[in-house]
Design a protein around this ligand. Structure first.
Ligand code: 13P
Ligand code: SF4
Length: 342
C-alpha cells in the first residue's frame, strides 16, 4: 500500500498535496507532504495555491478549514469523511444563536465571539458575522488578548479548558469566568455579573479532559520530570504542569531539550509514542495510555490509498465542500486569526 501511495504521489506530482495532523499514525505521517498543528496546517492550506487536490489526514473541522482557505478550483478530500471531533460536535449553530441572544440580553452586546478552530464551519461563520475570530492552541493567548482590547468580554466556544487556561494566563481570575451550559441554557456563575470577562462554552475534548490527574500529581513529585501538556487539559492539570502548548510546541520543546532529560507528556497517544521513538535519548513518559482520539485513528494507509485511487478515477465522493455563504463568513473569522498569527 505504501509503495502504491508513493507511485500515485509521483504520478500526480505538484497537483497533489497530502496534509496530516500530528495525531495521525506513523504510516500516515510518513506518507504526508506536510505535518503540523492546526495553525500550521491552516497556514499551509492558505498559502499553497498549486495543488489541485489536497488530501487532508486529520478530522472534519480541519478539512473544512482547508476548504474555506483554499481557492474554488482546489479540491479538499478526506480519506475517511466520518472522522469528526467530539468536542466540535458539542456546539451547534442553533444552540449558539440561543446562547448569544440570552447572554447579550444579560450582559449587553460588548462581547466578541471567539471560537477554537476545533468547531464546525457554521460556528466559525457566526463568529465572522459578529466581528469575532478563531483561535488555535498555539495563538489563543495572543488572539484573546487582542479580542479583549476590542470588546469588554469574550464568548469562547467550544472548549472550556483552553478558554479557562488562556484566561488565567492573561491574568483573568477564575471569579471573572462564567460558563454557558448549552443543555440547560443557563449561565453558570455565582458572583457579580459585571465582573465577567470570559464566558466559556461548556465543551471539552474527552482525550485531554479525562487525563488521569492522580498520575500527573504523582509525576509532579519526581523532580527529574518536566510535565508538558496540551492546553485542552483541565485547568487543574494545566496549572500544575511545567509547560503547556500546542502539539507543535510540545514536539519542539522536547526536540530542544537536553539529552537524558525526562518528560511526562499529556496529549494524544499517537503523538507521544512518536516523540518517544524520535528521541530515544530522552526519557519520555506517556501520562495516560488511554489518551486516544478515536477519530484521528480512523485514517489508515488503506483509506489514504483508496482516496488517492479515487482521485485518479475522477471519483470525488470524499470531497469536503463548505457551503459558499457559510465559507464567506467563516473566512472572515479565520483571516482575522491568520493576520494576528504572522
Ligand atoms: P493542535 O495541533 O493545534 O495543538 O490541536 C490539537 C487538537 O486537538 C487537534 O484536534
Ligand atoms: Fe477533537 Fe480531541 Fe480528537 Fe482533537 S483530540 S480531534 S479535540 S476529540
Amino acid at each position: 500500500m505504501i509503495n502504491r501511495i508513493k507511485e500515485i504521489k509521483k504520478e500526480l506530482g505538484s497537483e497533489l498535496i497530502i496534509l496530516a495532523h500530528h495525531y495521525q499514525s506513523d504510516e500516515i505521517v510518513e506518507a504526508a507532504d506536510f505535518v503540523g498543528d492546526s495553525l500550521k496546517l491552516a497556514q499551509y492550506a492558505e498559502k499553497n495555491k498549486l495543488a489541485k487536490y489536497i488530501v487532508f489526514c486529520g478530522v472534519h473541522f480541519m478539512a473544512e478549514t482547508a476548504d474555506i482557505l483554499t481557492e474554488d478550483n482546489q479540491i479538499v478530500v478526506m480519506p475517511d469523511i466520518s472522522a469528526g471531533c467530539d468536542m466540535a460536535d458539542m456546539a451547534d449553530i442553533s444552540q449558539t444563536e440561543v446562547a448569544w441572544q440570552k447572554i447579550t440580553e444579560k450582559l449587553g452586546s460588548d462581547i466578541m465571539p471567539v471560537t477554537y478552530i476545533n468547531s464546525k464551519a457554521d460556528i466559525k461563520a457566526f463568529c465572522g458575522r459578529y466581528g469575532g475570530t478563531t483561535v488555535t492552541s498555539s495563538n489563543a493567548l495572543k488572539v484573546v488578548e487582542w479580542g479583549l482590547k476590542q470588546k469588554n468580554r469574550i464568548f469562547f466556544l467550544p472548549d472550556q479548558n483552553l478558554g479557562r487556561n488562556t484566561a488565567v494566563d492573561l491574568g483573568i481570575g477564575l471569579d471573572e469566568v462564567a460558563v454557558w451550559n448549552p443543555v440547560s441554557e443557563t449561565l453558570e456563575y455565582d458572583g457579580d455579573m459585571n465582573n465577567i470577562k470570559i464566558i466559556l462554552w461548556k465543551g471539552y475534548c474527552y482525550v485531554h479532559h479525562n487525563i488521569d490527574i492522580k498520575k500527573v500529581e504523582r509525576l509532579k513529585k519526581l523532580p527529574e520530570f518536566k510535565i508538558i501538556v496540551h492546553p485542552e487539559c483541565p485547568y487543574e492539570i494545566a496549572s500544575i504542569a511545567d509547560f503547556k502548548g500546542s502539539t507543535e510546541y510540545i514536539i519542539n520543546k522536547v526536540k530542544s531539550s537536553e539529552k537524558g532529560s525526562s518528560w511526562a507528556i499529556g496529549t494524544e497517544f499517537n503523538l507521544v509514542s512518536r516523540i518517544k521513538k524520535m528521541y530515544p535519548d530522552r526519557n519520555i513518559e506517556i501520562i495516560d495510555q488511554n489518551s486516544k482520539c478515536k477519530d484521528m485513528g480512523l485514517t489508515s494507509a488503506e483509506s489514504l490509498l483508496n482516496v488517492l485511487e479515487d482521485i485518479l478515477k475522477g471519483n470525488l465522493s470524499k470531497r469536503i465542500c463548505v457551503d459558499k455563504d457559510i465559507a464567506k463568513d467563516a473566512k472572515k473569522a479565520l483571516d482575522t486569526m491568520l493576520s494576528l498569527s504572522v
